[in-house]
Design a protein around this ligand. Structure first.
Ligand SMILES: [Zn+2]
Length: 157
């Protein structure tokens, strides 16, 4: 469609080529708000436990994903854990090759063992091992912005 083309009937326009600016606000929701605020402001990690079925969650939740019970209490965990699995990423999101491969792990967090947490492992692919004990590495407090990237990654203990 040329820019000078005039569409007389809206039913003749089936698609549009170009870029449309889209503004949006993403909210974490109540549970993740508590989780990220705690990391940003205190450097502390929050988990939660369902009062009905006792399932533990990391990050903390406000409702149980298994039985839908309301969860009103969070508790601190050290953020340490065990690598359950990992993968090595060689490509960026746009398909270009990464300068350095990234290692992404599934981490079972101590004190919230009913789930796993996905994040970068701060280790070379050759040194990553299932079962290794890891601890979180945070950005400096003044550099934290309340996002998942306030956690730089998890490094071996
Ligand atoms: Zn439950």
């Amino acid at each position: 469609m040329a820019l000078s083309e005039r569409i007389e009937r809206n039913v003749d326009l089936s698609y549009f080529e170009g870029k449309i600016p889209v503004n949006y606000v993403y909210t974490y929701g109540l549970g993740l708000e508590n989780f990220f605020r705690s990391i940003k402001e205190k450097g502390e990690f929050l988990a939660s436990k369902c009062p009905e079925c006792e399932t533990t969650y990391f990050p903390c939740k406000v409702f149980c994903e298994r039985c839908f019970a309301e969860i009103t209490n969070n508790y601190k965990v050290p953020g340490t854990g065990i690598v359950e699995s990992f993968t090595v990423c060689h490509l960026n999101m746009d398909g270009s090759k990464k300068e350095t491969p990234a290692v992404v792990g599934l981490i079972r967090i101590d004190g919230a063992e009913d789930c796993v947490f996905v994040h970068f492992l701060d280790i070379s692919p050759e040194k990553a091992k299932i079962g290794m004990k890891v601890k979180p590495l945070l950005k400096r407090k003044q550099d934290r912005d309340g996002s998942i990237f306030d956690i730089v990654g998890f490094k071996p203990m």
